[in-house]
Design a protein around this ligand. Structure first.
Ligand SMILES: [Mg+2]
Ligand SMILES: [Zn+2]
Length: 164
């Protein structure tokens, strides 16, 4: 799943742990995903690094805090984080909508693409899933597209739970 705007509020170049703010439904949704047997990964573009706004280390600090928060809520921590630290003009291979970061996770953890989803608030998130061969899902922020849309992460969790 995407990080900013999906898991936590998009604070526009978040770099301080004090500014981490979860959506009210996030942790409940993660709990349902894990109860359903999903492993959770974060796939995030952090161009603030490439733009020189903050260091990669400060991204790691944020992610360590997320892991602590999940543990505190009795959840499994995220299995891994994939980070693109590049700017849009860097012509890197990893920045979403590229599927590269997801493909790397699929290979590294032997993930079944057929049984996986990429969740995000932007079209580029869903497209990155599609580009990696997994189903892209839009949450929280609707953009006109061919991808399924759910108002919240929890709505999608309930949808998965209610499947036969
Ligand atoms: Mg986002
Ligand atoms: Zn990149």
């Amino acid at each position: 799943m995407d990080r900013d705007g999906t898991l936590i509020l998009d604070k526009n170049y978040l770099s301080h742990v004090e500014d981490i703010e979860y959506f009210p439904d996030t942790l409940k949704a993660l709990e349902i995903f894990q109860d359903l047997g999903f492993e959770l990964f974060v796939v995030t573009n952090q161009s603030g690094v490439g733009r020189g706004y903050f260091s990669l280390e400060s991204v790691y600090v944020i992610h360590r805090q997320l892991q602590n928060d999940l543990r505190e809520f009795k959840l499994q921590p995220f299995k891994d984080f994939a980070i693109c630290p590049h700017g849009p003009d860097d012509k890197c291979q990893c920045r979403k909508p590229s599927g590269q970061m997801i493909q790397d996770l699929i290979a590294k953890y032997h993930i079944s693409p057929k049984h996986s989803y990429m969740l995000g608030d932007k079209l580029i998130d869903a497209q990155s899933g599609q580009n990696a061969g997994i189903q892209g899902i839009l949450v929280r922020h609707q953009q006109q597209s061919e991808f399924p849309f759910f108002k919240t992460l929890l709505d999608f969790a309930h949808h998965l739970k209610s499947r036969p």
